[in-house]
Design a protein around this ligand. Sequence first.
Ligand code: ADP
Ligand code: ASP
Ligand code: MG
Length: 428
Amino acid sequence: MMPRPHSRLVMKFGGTSVADMTRIRRAAELVAAEVKAGKAVAVVVSAMAGVTNQYVTWTDVAGPPAPGLGDGEDEYDVVVSSGEQVTAGLMTMVLRNLGVASRSWLGWQVPIHTDTGHGHARITGVEADTLGPAIDQGVVAVVPGFQGLGADGRITTLGRGGSDTTAVALAAALHAPCDIYTDVDGVYTTDPRVEPKARRLAQVCYPEMLEMAAMGAKVLAARAVELAYAHQVPVRVLSSFSEPGQPRGGTWILNEDQIMEHRLVSAVAHSLDEAKVTLRHLPDHPGTAARIFDALGAADINVDMIVQARSEAQARADLAFSVGRRDARKAMNAVKAAQEAIGFSEVLLDEGVAKVSVIGVGMRSHAGVAQTLFATLAAQKINVQAISTSEIKISVLVDEAQAESAVKALHAAYGLAEVSTQNCAATP
Ligand code: ADP
Ligand code: ASP
Ligand code: MG
């Protein structure tokens, strides 16, 4: 069968997949194979592995601006967005070396419009009027991930892992499917680095993938999955460590009704990026919680889990909540500033906590998932410090040192090591 001319495809390569010139060449060969097969391709690249971390460290060393000189996030974006630019140029040069016509378009040149939330900007629109016709005419467009053009005319970045988001947003604008090439050959029942018995899932539905990503499964950025779901972009996760044209496993992210096999629990995810703040001896009367969360909201802090318990002291309560570790100090400062209004006696910070979650759409219609979770953790003597649930997930906050044993025990308890993996077909 002749390949359909100009069927479009977005291919995204993560940090490990472009870690050095050898890896960039391998990624470029995968692109060249798709071009040869008749695809009109846009490529999205991350910074080389480790580069963004190095840049973030340097911005920390530079230190915060003196009072009255802004929050520094605008210049943080100028620094950290640059890693992707280097890879985009190099990828284009190697593609040309392989005989593939290509050129780079930086975030502001596409443009990929975002709001002004520097460091964690959200895409507000992608203009594909130039890129679409260019790729249809056989020029591979190489776009650095992670970068945007803010509504303030400045460069923005989309938050860590944000190159996935660039790729899906571009795919939505180009009405193309999106292949995410990474250092694993698909989405697994849990992080295969933590549990070697993890199994690759041939298909995962958007809601499950969204919960997995939001609960710490780094393989896809949560915002990317959200966009894919909203715009119905078919996403496939593949390994870049494979020969061009060879079968290479993979996972399709699809709608629920396209999934062949339904499981009660599909995955276990974990996140070490957590901190717990405890306020002690609060007045136990209406309005206290409102004052706490007003203070946190005003400081733009997202609170995740919350637990309240009556303390030993009469008519007093303790309240603990979890926040991202990056926000922990800010959260402490926000509640301390409102100590008089709130009325607590002391505030404690614990940065040694982790969140472990079990996820599955099957939970909606079956009881017993929570019971298995608590019984399993109890058998491992793992104490649960906070709980949160949605229709398709249960999360618990545990001691960070016990997170990996919790993941392994839950993975076994829900029979995830026995999940059968079919190969991921070229079309869903
Ligand atoms: P990239 O640099 O390609 O964006 P990431 O490091 O962001 O790659 O994401 C890939 C990593 O995600 C894997 O190496 C793996 O350790 C981790 N991961 C966490 N949970 C899962 C999961 N459920 N399935 C596959 N990989 C996972
Ligand atoms: N380079 C950025 C990061 O490390 C974006 C990405 O790779 O997705 O977070
Ligand atoms: Mg990533």
